[in-house]
Design a binder for this molecule. Structure first.
Ligand code: HEC
Length: 136
C-alpha cells in the first residue's frame, strides 16, 4: 500500500461518516425544536382552557348545591317545579328582582313568604341557583 492510499483510506471513512450523519443531525435538531415548540403551544392552549372553564364550573357547582338546599328547605312547596312554575308563590325562573332583592326576600320574607335564616354561604348558593334557573 502506498503512503497516499494509506492516508486516503484513513481520511475517507471519516469524511464519509460526517457526511452521512449530517442530514440526521439536521433532522434530529429540527425534530427537537418542533417538539419544544409543540410542547410550549400545548401548555399555552391547556393553560388558557383551564383559566376559561374554571369560573363557570364553580358557579355551576354553587348553583347545584343551591338547588339541593332549595329542595331540602321546602321552597318547592310554594315555588313548585324546582322554581320554574308558579304555585302559592310566584315562578322564580322569570324573576326580575336584583340579586340584593332576592337576598332580602329570602332573609326577611315577603307577604305570605316567611323569612329564612341562612348562613352567608348557603344564601349565596340558593341565590346562584335561582339566578341560574331558566324556564323549561
Ligand atoms: C309558604 C310559601 C313559601 C315558601 C315556603 C317560600 N316562598 Fe318564596 N315566595 C312566596 C310568596 C307568596 C312570594 C311572593 C311575595 C310577594 O311578592 O308578596 C314569594 C316570593 C319569593 C321571591 C321573590 C320572587 C319575585 O320575583 O318577586 C323569591 C326570590 C323567593 N320567594 C324565594 C324563595 C326561596 C329561596 C324559598 C326557600 C328558601 C322560598 N321562597 C320559600 C312563598 C313562599
Amino acid at each position: 500500500m502506498s503512503e497516499e492510499t494509506k492516508r486516503a483510506s484513513l481520511v475517507q471513512p471519516k469524511e464519509r461518516s460526517l457526511k452521512n450523519i449530517l442530514p440526521y443531525l439536521l433532522l434530529g435538531g429540527t425534530f427537537v425544536i418542533v417538539l419544544i415548540l409543540v410542547t410550549i403551544a400545548m401548555l399555552l392552549v391547556t393553560g388558557h382552557e383551564v383559566a376559561e372553564t374554571k369560573a363557570p364550573t364553580s358557579l355551576e357547582g354553587l348553583a347545584a348545591e343551591g338547588k339541593a338546599l332549595y329542595l331540602q328547605l321546602g321552597c318547592s312547596s310554594c315555588h313548585p317545579s324546582e322554581g320554574r312554575a308558579g304555585g302559592f308563590g310566584p315562578r322564580l325562573s322569570t324573576t326580575n328582582l336584583s340579586e340584593d332583592s332576592i337576598r332580602n326576600t329570602i332573609l326577611k320574607g315577603k307577604g305570605a313568604m316567611p323569612g329564612y335564616r341562612f348562613s352567608e354561604t348557603q344564601l349565596n348558593k340558593v341565590i346562584a341557583y335561582i339566578q341560574a334557573l331558566k324556564p323549561l
